[in-house]
Design a protein around this ligand. Structure first.
Ligand SMILES: *Cc1c(COP(=O)(O)O)cnc(C)c1O
Length: 361
């Protein structure tokens, strides 16, 4: 823990906090942050470079504050995937979906809660804003027991309830029927249901965006960091009713999304099939890794995303994690005793992971 000097007026509720982040260790096989393992093709690189170059002359000017063109293109992308008819007014864009999550918490007061284990940034962002975050425990097999959770959903009334689907780190996704049940309950107490769909493109389930017309209190957070192979760009977005989007304008920083990010995002959305071309391959590799883990006598959880949480080893999570690092493979210790999470990589990376794992067990 950092020893903060006494002259620093740091908020006392932050003093014990550790900065978020998985270890960035330089090893040959990095399967720890759920990135898409495939680098951008040369054709894509050239298109992005051209889009950025066109903007360079105008970098003396602030970007379009409302990113209208980009939001329109994101709406088209969602419509092409989900048979919806959203426009730019249903979309907000920001520097990664983490900024979206932060803006939601800046804009909407009240009772925050989520089903854990899940994405640790939800409670962490709440904490940095001085807000409480109530934990609703998932059941022993990490599923959401709706009967058990009904009272918790209502909680202390108005606010936000976070549902990650597919869930990080467990990999399962929630049915639209269950989301309807949660949204109906949440609506009674003026709660927004924030569905974090960072891994939606890998999922076999329909996206929650199709519920937004019937349930105005559902807002869906998406990102270009995972399936879209664009993590370095930092581009996340929100799909919701225009009133929710208008609330984001109240809390965004001026010109928060740079012209270069907007240009790169637009170019990428113009080539979306090329960008998403590896999704099917990653899903096939997910089966390969799942079966490889089973063959080693381990217990992988079925995954709807591009990672797998597994258990069944006799070492502690930390011991096994260290042993894999020693063999050049970096995966993620998500802090659940007896479990580790591995991101699906290229076929070669997945083979190297399974070999290192076999040698470590
Ligand atoms: C990776 C991830 C995000 C991502 O974030 P960006 O800021 O868009 O890179 C958001 N939510 C979940 C659940 C994630 O796993």
């Amino acid at each position: 823990m950092t020893q903060w000097p006494s002259w620093l007026p740091l908020r006392s509720d932050l003093a014990d906090l550790k900065p978020y982040g998985a270890p960035q260790i330089d090893v040959p096989v990095r399967l720890n942050t759920n990135e898409n393992p495939f680098p951008l093709s040369e054709v894509i690189q050239r298109e992005i470079a051209m889009a950025i170059t066109k903007n360079l002359e105008h970098l003396n000017r602030y970007p379009d504050r409302d990113a209208m063109e980009l939001r329109g293109a994101l709406a088209d992308f969602i419509n092409s995937q989900s048979e919806t008819s959203f426009t730019a007014s249903h979309i907000w864009a920001a520097n990664g979906s983490n900024e979206i999550l932060q803006s939601l918490m800046l804009a909407f007061a009240g009772d925050y809660c989520g089903f854990e284990p899940s994405y640790s940034m939800h409670p962490l962002i709440a904490k940095t804003l001085g807000r409480e975050f109530r934990v609703i425990q998932r059941s022993a097999n990490f599923t959401i027991d709706l009967n058990e959770s009904m009272n918790e959903i209502a909680g202390r009334g108005a606010g936000l309830i976070f549902v990650t689907s597919p869930n990080n780190p467990t990999g399962d996704s929630i049915s639209l029927d269950d989301l309807r049940t949660i949204a109906a309950e949440a609506r009674k107490v003026k709660k927004l249901v924030i569905v974090d769909e960072a891994y939606a493109e890998f999922s076999s389930r329909e996206s929650a965006v199709s519920l937004i017309d019937d349930f105005p209190n559902i807002a869906v957070v998406r990102t270009m960091s995972k399936a879209f192979a664009f993590a370095g760009t930092r581009l996340g977005y929100l799909v919701a009713q225009p009133e929710v989007i208008s609330s984001m304008l109240l809390v965004r920083l001026p010109y928060h999304l740079s012209s270069l990010t907007q240009a790169a995002g637009l170019a990428a959305l113009g080539m979306r099939s090329e960008f998403l071309s590896h999704v099917e391959e990653i899903k096939r590799e997910r089966t390969f890794v799942h079966e490889g883990l089973l063959a080693l006598g381990l217990h992988p959880l079925p995954s709807d995303a591009n990672f797998i949480l597994f258990s069944g080893f006799t070492h502690t999570s930390t011991e096994l994690w260290n042993s894999l690092v020693d063999r050049g493979v970096l995966i993620r210790d998500v802090g659940i005793a007896g479990y580790l999470r591995v991101t699906i990589g290229t076929h070669r990376e997945n083979q190297l992971f399974l070999e290192a794992l076999r040698a470590s067990l």
